[in-house]
Design a protein around this ligand. Structure first.
Ligand SMILES: [Zn+2]
Length: 261
């Protein structure tokens, strides 16, 4: 490990890797930098004061030794943080492995929530949810918190989470699929995009009176949300969604190949 400078007394030397650099000012990216350190701060806090939210970190090294979030950083230490997607295989895991991919999204990500539900994933989203409630849901239900709010992501009770870099929903879905290795779930196109509940087949005769004349004329197969009653059919909306999904899956696999190639 080549260091550009020795840390001075009262300083730690820090480097973050991969896309954790997104959280640093440009002049600190992909290089070692010093931070005041008095020996009373956990490595987690030290990195968060630099801008890096802890749920994005996959592995931590102090002087090349794997450590947990609670390790105290000492003056003279070198601290390295690795992102989840390219963390080295170290014997200290920062969090238990996720058994299930379920999500909770902040109030800015309604469209992304709808796309993830379309893919079949269980996503909690409410456009008036408070940060404390989102963090609690992420913690209590072991959900992955997706957010564009760094303050929310840094809340200490959040275990699994990611800052969504993209701002356009059709790009956000590709980003999230790539990051969490998502393929369409078994319930693809069977989850209500409005309320997250599962849909079930419903006979046309039962809902015919609720349909627009053209829908009634051209479509015979329908599903209905078991909770809110919203009706789905394979119309132009479905075709647009399928095209977006194909694009997302393709984008996901292309980027995976680039990564492994
Ligand atoms: Zn519904």
């Amino acid at each position: 490990m080549k260091l550009p400078t020795e840390p001075q007394p009262g300083q730690a030397l820090i480097r973050v890797h991969g896309d954790l650099n997104d959280f640093l000012p440009i002049n600190l990216r992909n290089t070692w930098f010093v931070r005041p350190c008095r020996g009373r701060e956990t490595v987690k806090n030290l990195l968060e004061t630099c801008g890096v939210p802890h749920p994005e970190i996959g592995a931590l090294l102090i002087d090349g030794r794997p450590v947990d979030f609670d390790e105290l950083a000492q003056p003279g230490h070198t601290v390295e943080a690795f992102p989840i997607v390219s963390a080295p295989d170290v014997p200290i895991a920062l969090r238990p492995p996720l058994t299930d991919r379920r999500f909770v999204l902040d109030t800015h990500l309604g469209r992304l929530a709808a796309y993830l539900r379309m893919l079949g994933y269980d996503c909690l989203y409410q456009n008036d949810a408070h940060d404390a409630e989102l963090a609690r849901l992420a913690h209590d239900e072991q959900r992955i918190l997706l957010t564009r709010d760094l303050g929310l992501l840094k809340r200490s009770i959040v275990i699994y989470g990611a800052f969504v870099r993209e701002v356009i929903p059709s790009r956000q879905i590709i980003e999230v699929m790539r990051r969490f290795h998502l393929a369409p779930a078994p319930t693809v196109f069977q989850r209500c995009m409005r309320c997250n509940s599962l849909t079930a087949p419903v006979g046309k005769a039962e809902i015919e009176h609720l349909l627009e004349p053209k829908t009634r004329q051209y479509f015979d197969t329908f599903r209905r949300c078991t909770a809110c009653g919203k009706i789905y059919w394979q119309g132009s909306h479905y075709a647009r969604m399928q095209a977006l999904l194909a694009c997302a899956i393709q984008g996901s696999s292309v980027q995976e190949n680039e990564k492994s190639g």
